[in-house]
Design a protein around this ligand. Structure first.
Ligand SMILES: [Zn+2]
Length: 370
């Protein structure tokens, strides 16, 4: 005997079946729609918000866009800023969209906002977005190494000194708007690219990596030490000079904090404090403590600057990774009087760049290492 369902049950079953088919179709449609966005590189979350915000056509017309993706992932998304999001260069920052909204509200253009975002951290951009619109954005921030948080210092320094924008950014980044020796930053890690000057100092415990004794044949006979990497480079240079009949000598190399202190004391007793202030680096502020600097002499003349070795060094030292650290024309940047004998090891790549562009290590540091 066949089981016969009563009519209401049949209707309910048909409705349920119909609903299932409907849901399945809806699911297929959704999957198909979202697939296009996912394939473009939008995240699951962003794609979902794009679909439900009815922005798929607009997003597809733009194509892959990381800032737009971040906007649709963010609870700070504002419909009126859609166009700007798509035109502002993405930065990996936590409050990216919130900051963009704020900066747009302050009246910055999309291009300006891209510039602002690329010059600071998330926190710095957040602080910047809270202040009134600044006047000299492009003047300072067309330089990639300009720092967002230094804006007021740039304006003040350029007002006070009359320096152009490029020099202003370089000098302020080097802290030259602060007082030498007193308002200085501690440098604690050894590297061949470390910068030590009157604004960046080493403490008394700092030691160069792989400090080693230099063989007597390269020195003036006094016991000398330096970082292995610099000694190896010097020996190569020494041999190259020798092949051309020239004699290089190391007169001074690594000096400890205490040794520099003794030098200061000696000069102070001989010539007074103002002499020391002007010509001798205070302990911690001497590059010799890095183990990467050499005072070089020649076997042909007591006055190095008049020797043929000096000329040869000026033309060739960079090939071995050394730079003349305190050139005459750059005393206002290095804040050290010209020392024709003082060479610093920075590696061949950096030395070549500095030689070719005739800049100081300070300028190189600000532009590429800071
Ligand atoms: Zn020196």
């Amino acid at each position: 005997m066949r089981l016969k369902l009563k009519p209401p049950f049949v209707i309910i079953l048909k409705i349920i079946g119909g609903l299932c088919v409907f849901c399945f179709c809806l699911f297929l449609f959704y999957s198909y729609q979202i697939h296009g966005l996912l394939e473009l590189g939008y995240s699951k979350e962003a794609s979902k918000n794009i679909l439900f915000g009815f922005k798929k056509a607009a997003v597809l017309a733009i194509g892959k866009n990381k800032t737009l993706n971040a906007a649709f992932e963010s609870s700070d998304y504002q419909e009126k800023n859609f166009d700007s999001y798509s035109k502002i260069t993405y930065q990996k920052q936590e409050h990216l969209i919130q900051n963009i909204n704020r900066l747009l509200k302050k009246g910055y253009s999309n291009q300006n906002i891209s510039m602002i975002l690329s010059h600071g951290t998330d926190k710095e951009v957040m602080d910047f977005a809270k202040r009134d619109k600044i006047r000299y954005l492009e003047e300072f921030y067309s330089f990639p190494y300009a720092k967002l948080s230094y804006y007021d210092r740039y304006v003040q320094y350029s007002d006070q000194t009359g320096e152009d924008e490029e020099n202003t950014v370089i000098f302020v980044n080097l802290d030259m708007d602060k007082e030498a020796y007193t308002d200085s930053t501690l440098v604690s890690h050894f590297s061949t690219t470390m910068l030590v000057n009157k604004y960046r100092y080493l403490d008394s415990s700092f030691l160069p990596e792989k400090l080693e004794k230099i063989s007597d044949q390269y020195t003036n006979g006094e016991e000398q030490m330096a970082a292995k990497v610099a000694v190896d480079a010097f020996i190569k240079m020494y041999r190259a000079a020798k092949r051309e009949g020239l004699g290089l000598v190391i007169n001074s190399s690594y000096r400890s904090y205490q040794q520099q202190q003794e030098i200061c004391d000696t000069y102070a007793s001989l010539y007074g404090n103002s002499y020391v202030e002007k010509y001798v680096a205070k302990p911690g502020f001497s590059e010799h403590q890095t183990g990467l600097s050499f005072d070089i002499g020649s076997t042909s003349s007591d006055i190095f600057a008049q020797s043929k070795e000096y000329e040869w060094m000026m033309d060739n030292a960079y090939r071995y990774g050394f730079i003349l650290r305190y050139p005459k024309k750059d005393e206002d940047i290095t804040l050290f009087r010209n020392e024709p004998w003082h060479y610093r090891y920075v590696g061949e790549k950096i030395a070549s760049y500095i030689h070719e562009h005739q800049i100081t290590f300070e300028e190189y540091y600000v532009q590429f290492l800071d």
